[in-house]
Design a protein around this ligand. Sequence first.
Ligand code: NAD
Length: 499
Amino acid sequence: MAGSYKDVVKRARSAYNGGRTLSVEHRRRQLQQLRQMCLDHKDTFLDALKIDLRKPQLEAMMLEVNAVIMDITYTLNRLDKWVKTEMVSSAIPFDRSYIYNDPYGVVLVMGAWNYPLQLALLPVTGALAAGNAVILKPSEVSPATASALAKLIPLYLDKECVQVVCGGVEETTQLLQERFDYIFYTGSATVGKIIREAANKFLTPTTLELGGKSPCYIDNSVDLNLAVRRVLWGKMQNLGQTCIAPDYLLCSKALQDPIIKKVKEVLREWYGHDPKDSPHLARIVAERHVERLASYLECGKVVVGGRFDLSDRWVEPTLLVDVPENSKVMTEEIFGPILPIINVETHVDAIKFINKREKPLALYVFSKKEAVKELFLRQVRCGGVTINDTLFHAASSTMPFGGVGNSGMGAYHGKYSFDTFTHKKSCLNRSYNPLIEKVTRARFPPYTEKNMKALISQKDPGDGPGVLHHLKVFTKYLFSMSIGALLLFLYIRYTYVKV
Ligand code: NAD
């Protein structure tokens, strides 16, 4: 097996070294083909997601297939602009400074099972747009989607520049022995550390998209009906198996009962008398995860739900109260439809509670009070925030998505994906201008006190408009004045001739 991974990487590297991934036209074609694959095989992917997770079609369409199509379209529409070499100002007049957007080379993308299409193809989109060759390793825990990707990608994309490798821990361990130029990993922090260790061997840069416990605070200033719907929507997508799902609720004791009442009402309205029969809820990915989730039910008092069924990979939407801070459900990432409620007296206590723990991937604040929102934003370090809703910040192509600390490093989506897979290469093109050389020759030996003083006396001009800007403004004025003078001249001449 190890031999074949060597060949996979070798093939990708020789394709990359051949230079075709650098061509913007080649990148564009690959992205168009990737999008076409999603359009042509939308149903194949929807079926696979149903087999793997029993994902409801609307969720699968919105957060997997369509999310990928939209991201590719967003990228294609801006690719020409993103790839451009950027000219920046230079410290020394007559020099020219550029930033080139270089691809890294051969990149490894490792997906997770919970959004097996989106988490595989969004990074692949960024990697291709940036001009890399890609080896994709989808999660073995969602085998139907993994095999659909392995079957379809070679039919649509350049077979050497984009290759799919399937397998579990053993295969991944062997694959990681190979040298990559970038590794993009989505999954747990535990495996994230293994990935970093493997990457260290070759000093390979990595992005780690990890998880953790994303808190959700609600205060009494909000419309509870809407707030509860928005929290439950974020929590019940994919039956709670979303890295940025609200993990636990923080609210005052007084708000707890109204929230429980509202949760019961909304669950009944959305999923009927028995949510297990509802077609609008996915399933837990594997029996061992049902067992793990079932063990959390012991951590507090069940006030809503609480049933599970191993053979159907089912856990009921559940609310827990009276949960000790150090219980398992409050120390591990839940990743399922169980929502513990923790009582805090004020928003300041909520912030203290959150900041005692690892930095979360997402934070949700439900409040109409500007000062409350502002305090959370200023005092909590986390991957991203949605205020008065859940999940939405991650759906934006204009904002970076990623964690911080234990919830990850690096970010992607939209232009941030392109930048993640791009090395920004600085290039300073010096001039031979004799006047400038006179000023800068103080750097050459023999070193003297006078030269040192001259060199260290240089002042930072600040970020304000530079000489070039003033020159441009001056030229514009000169141009307008000349036009004005010309018009005046013509007018006088015309009047004079008439007289
Ligand atoms: P995981 O870490 O168990 O597995 C992810 C990948 O790592 C799989 O492809 C698997 O083959 C490989 N792997 C597992 N064990 C390995 C080992 N010992 N050596 C080498 N490779 C190994 O993660 P998961 O269970 O697939 O995903 C759940 C976690 O991912 C949760 O913590 C969740 O929050 C997080 N997640 C994060 C994001 C994000 O965008 N930040 C998205 C989805 C999931």
